[in-house]
Design a protein around this ligand. Structure first.
Ligand SMILES: [Zn+2]
Length: 192
């Protein structure tokens, strides 16, 4: 491609005018070509780093959507999730919060989150099954007077709560038995 062509051009690196021998020449000198190459490589690296950073940020965001919500060190779940896990109604979950059987955090008036750790305490006791089958181990039961004494409750209050939570009852002679584990969970944090 050697020719006697003389083209006035502006160097893409130093911006000086120069006479190019081919239409493709972009630089006044090899030095400018090399320097510009280095600059472009650097810019490319910065671009790539930026892109990687943005990608990382968006995958982190996606991942944090999947992960359970963390409040501080405490893992929390929604009322709906708790009701699904325990197989009870949302109303029961709210009751459990009110009676301190579940530890909750009120983010605001309409947004309640439940500490997952407090749910784990309940998990080993299948409330729903006890409700449904109305059976429990009578060797692992309280009498009504046991409960009243242990938790220092008024009888009317206890009966209201038994009804509210659908606590299974078994009549045994003169006594009415209620499942120990369930009662303990209900009144665990109860203070008059
Ligand atoms: Zn130049």
């Amino acid at each position: 491609m050697s020719s006697n062509l003389r083209i006035k051009k502006v160097c893409q690196f130093c911006c000086d005018e120069f006479i190019a021998k081919t239409t493709k020449t972009k630089y006044c000198s090899l030095r400018c070509a090399q320097k510009h190459y280095k600059v472009r490589q650097k810019e490319k690296k910065i671009e790539e780093a930026k892109k990687q950073f943005e990608e990382q940020k968006s995958t982190n965001r996606k991942r944090s959507k999947k992960k359970p919500l963390q409040l501080g060190k405490e893992e929390v779940i929604t009322v709906q999730q708790a009701s699904t896990i325990l197989q009870v109604s949302r109303k029961t979950i709210y009751n459990m919060i009110e009676t301190n059987r579940l530890e909750a955090i009120n983010i605001n008036q309409r947004l309640t989150r439940i500490k997952k750790s407090s749910l784990d305490d309940l998990m080993d006791f299948d409330l729903k099954r006890a409700e449904k089958n109305n059976i429990f181990d009578i060797d692992d039961a309280y009498t009504i007077s046991n409960v009243l004494e242990k938790y220092d409750l008024a009888q009317s209050f206890l009966y209201k709560k038994l009804l509210e939570y659908g606590v299974p009852k078994i009549k045994s002679g003169k006594n009415v038995l209620v499942p120990k584990k369930m009662i303990d969970l209900m009144f665990k944090n109860y203070t008059k």
